[in-house]
Structure formats: structure tokens, C-alpha cells
Design a protein around this ligand. Structure first.
Ligand code: B4P
Length: 187
């Protein structure tokens, strides 16, 4: 079983590139953002808690995310690979993922880190906000999310650098150009 992490700031194209990876390699996809949005739309207890953080541009607390991920991971046992999209977003989440995968006899084989500068992120997310209906795709929340990324999420790079699985990917260009860089890193 191959485990891949796709990483990057908000709007860097994690979800977009995950779709292309799944299409080519047939891996299972775990997007913590997508799982949380389903919980919110179904108004579950987790969804109600998560919504308070998401709409303010903050991260959902690690314990809620790790429990949610463990139950989602159990559903992927029959696939040849799993792509983690938007997880881990903190160093404690990276440590928890390592423990969970070790218990399954695996480890993250590559951490694809999409590199996109701030102005481009803001433009992409504002554009998405025109149609997404997402409570977090407005300028004030986008700026907060980028600040939270720099403070709490960027340090995750160091974790995977130490593990030897960090693969920086230039995240600027067309979706297909970026995907070719990813395929090169994966193959
Ligand atoms: P996520 O749903 O993970 O979303 P994201 O960071 O906004 O977007 P992504 O990088 O996937 O961008 P996309 O491909 O859509 O997180 C939302 C929130 O959930 C977080 O802020 C947090 O509160 C919470 N959360 C999720 N996971 C968590 C965790 N592990 N711990 C704690 N909290 C968690 O691309 C963005 C836009 O750019 C799209 O419109 C796309 O069409 C466009 N685009 C993509 N590639 C492009 C390109 N090459 N050129 C031009 N536009 C492009």
C-alpha cells in the first residue's frame, strides 16, 4: 500500500491535483476538508464544532481531526494507495499519521509540497469564492488562513524533510504542467 501526502497552503491546488492523481493511479482519496464539509452540511456534532473554526480561518483541533481520519482510513483497506489531501496540517497530526500507518505496516512514501506565492493564492481563492459558496473563501478569512498556514502548517515540511520524503513541487503554471511535475516525482 502506497501512502502519499499532498501538502501546500490554502488554494495551492491540493484538491485539484488530487483528482488528477486519483484518475491516473486509482488511489483512494482522503480530503479532511471535504470530510469536514460533509459533516457541516449534515449538521453533525463534529460538523457544528468544526464550522466554528473553519469560518474563522482557523484549523480544527488536532484531536477531532485525528479521530475523524482514523475512521476514514479504515474504509480504504482494499485500495492500492491512499492520497492524504490537506492532512497533516500540524506537526502533531504528522506524528499521529506516522503512528497510524506504522500500525498498518506502512509509511508516507512521498510528501508532495505545492509551492505557490501568496498573491496567486489570494487570487485563486477569491475566484473560487465567486462560485463555491464557502464561508471561508472571502478576503479576510483567506488572509487569516494563509497566516495560520505559515505559523502552524509550514513546520510540517521539516518533519518530512527529516523523514527523507519531502518533494517540493512548483505549483505555478497550468493544471496539466503542475501534474506533469507530480508524475515525475511519483514515478
Ligand atoms: P481544504 O478543503 O483542505 O482546502 P484548501 O486549502 O482551501 O484548498 P486546496 O489547496 O485543496 O485548493 P484547490 O485545489 O481547491 O481546507 C479547508 C479548511 O478545513 C481549512 O482552512 C481548515 O479550517 C479545515 N481543515 C481541513 N483539513 C484540516 C486539518 N487536517 N486540520 C485542521 N483543520 C483542517 O484550489 C483552489 C482554487 O484554485 C480552485 O478554485 C482551483 O480551481 C484553482 N486552481 C487550482 N490549480 C490552479 C492552477 N494551476 N492555476 C489556476 N487556478 C488553479
Amino acid at each position: 500500500m502506497k501512502y502519499i501526502v499532498i501538502f501546500g497552503p490554502p488554494g495551492s491546488g491540493k484538491g485539484t491535483q488530487s483528482d488528477k492523481i486519483i484518475e491516473k493511479y486509482g488511489y483512494a482519496h482522503i480530503s479532511t476538508g471535504d470530510v469536514l464539509r460533509v459533516e457541516i452540511s449534515e449538521n453533525t456534532e463534529l460538523g457544528q464544532k468544526a464550522n466554528e473554526f473553519i469560518k474563522n480561518g482557523q484549523l480544527v483541533p488536532d484531536d477531532l481531526i485525528v479521530d475523524m481520519l482514523a475512521s476514514t482510513l479504515d474504509k480504504t483497506e482494499s485500495s492500492t494507495g491512499v492520497i492524504f489531501d490537506g492532512f497533516p496540517r500540524t506537526t502533531p497530526q504528522a506524528e499521529a499519521l506516522q503512528v497510524m500507518l506504522k500500525a498498518r505496516g506502512g509509511d508516507v512514501s512521498v510528501m508532495l509540497s505545492l509551492e505557490v506565492e501568496r498573491e496567486e493564492l489570494i487570487q485563486r481563492l477569491l475566484k473560487r469564492g465567486e462560485t463555491s459558496g464557502r464561508a471561508d473563501d472571502n478576503l479576510e478569512t483567506i488572509e487569516k488562513r494563509i497566516a495560520v498556514y505559515n505559523e502552524q502548517t509550514a513546520p510540517v515540511i521539516k518533519f518530512y524533510e527529516k523523514e527523507g520524503s519531502y518533494a517540493p513541487i512548483n505549483g505555478i503554471g497550468t493544471i496539466d504542467e503542475i501534474f506533469s511535475r507530480i508524475v515525475e516525482a511519483l514515478d
